[in-house]
Design a protein. Sequence first.
Length: 574
Amino acid sequence: MDAKTFDKSKLPSRHVTEGPSRAPHRSYYYAMGLTDEQIHRPFVGVVSCWNEAAPCNIALMRQAQSAKAGVHEAGGTPREFCTITVTDGIAMGHQGMKSSLVSREVIADSIELTMRGHCYDALVGIAGCDKSLPGTMMAMLRLNVPSVFMYGGSILPGKFKGKDVTVVDVFEAVGQHSAGNMSDTDLHALECVACPGAGACGGQFTANTMATVSEAIGLALPFSAGAPAPYESRDEYATASGMAVMRLLADGIRPRDICTRKAFENAATIVAATGGSTNAGLHLPAMAHECGIEFDLMEVAAIFKRTPYIADLKPGGKYVAKDVYDVGGIPQIMRALLDGGYLHEDCLTVTGKTLKQNLENVKFNENQKVVYPVSSPISPTGGVVGLQGSLAPDGAIVKVAGMTKLQFRGPARVFDCEEDCFAAVENRQYREGDILIIRYEGPKGGPGMREMLSTTAALYGQGAGEKVALITDGRFSGGTRGFCIGHVGPEAAVGGPIALVQNGDMISIDAEEGRLELEVSEAELTRRRKAWKAPANPYQSGVLRKYADQVGPARKGAVTHAGGRAEVVCYADI
């Protein structure tokens, strides 16, 4: 592709490269070794979430170099930069998890600021860990410059005693150890082999869920999300992503042309079909918000309810992301759903073609057991379910993939933070049939809406995963399994019904009917409400205070700004 194809007079980078008044700006580019030709080409931001915080991110800079080569080959000038991540596996189970969801906003904001400040014309984003995927895609939708997303790839499975294992097995082993069912030696041996190298968590946890979303929603090249991080084919997809963004720039195709209401419905469909992370119920509304599209938790849940569960993936199933790749990648899942009439086939994608056109040469692989045809699904409705009722008027969410029991009723055991509940679980201070409540962990109340994998995994490790239920206004890891209900709204910190629950109150859950009920009279709740007082936020400075002041409800994605509907001038049009 020739640089002459592009008219710089209509691109944002004209503000830093064109005309006599921009001589000082150009001097900086000469200092970095750019030629006249490169300076007058379109500027493409190539952002990765590379860091040394966790294996999810350590392969991203390598892939960014390949993306830059693709941009250059196709007539653009790549400008590389990095943004932050907070890695949930390391932040889990302590105060560090308060930073996790907040990091999604910081990632989106930091990409926006870098793009705005330097007037880049297009964007390639490479992300590896949970919040970095939606955060990067949110920035693309907010800026609305031609963009291509690429997942950095999943980790290969570890091997322990002849079985494939993931980091979630280690979290569950902590519970087995505390129950006296695993020795110190075995726990140490497992932790040493569970994560064998670079890449994000291998099950259909949040990273792989949002990676499948990136292909289904049309922001990533077909097949690009599948290959594990160590595979060299990832670099080929990165080069292709860099070239693809230049085609989008030439053709004037922007992210909001791709991410329509129908595309978001396709994204929700693939989450349900794969038994994906409940966090998608938070991230899809937040991404839609950037486009000015209303698509809240309960609208997402309505799609979950009508979608068959067809991919047998951990934590509810048997297989990991590499197994999906081995049988043909995410397009295999999309092919099955398209054949069953569950996807909108006419949605535009970053290839410049429709979803149907992208899948024309993909045939469903009958000789495998990872992905089922929709004619014989694992279950007829999705692996993730939305709930509403007197305990959650604004909704809640639960992953039911792999569960056999969809109803639960029991007495409440109330905790006002995760640490207190984890201590009770670790000491086995609960009874079979209890419903554990963890509150004041919502977006405002946490602040930061922590995940509860340490607690849920410990319960599973103790053999109590389906003998007790857990309800929170916080979140759950994509690796969580069992009767674990999150995103309860309104949250406790704003006086939602979950703030009024007392020990011994009966609660009923019906994941088939989508109900979550607190069996306490309205008169008694009114009495309790009058006596209730919101606890003070202990974070009175810094980013957690700022986040608590700005964040909205989980039902709408826990967003911190007014979104696309309030937009007056779009960055791409400056």
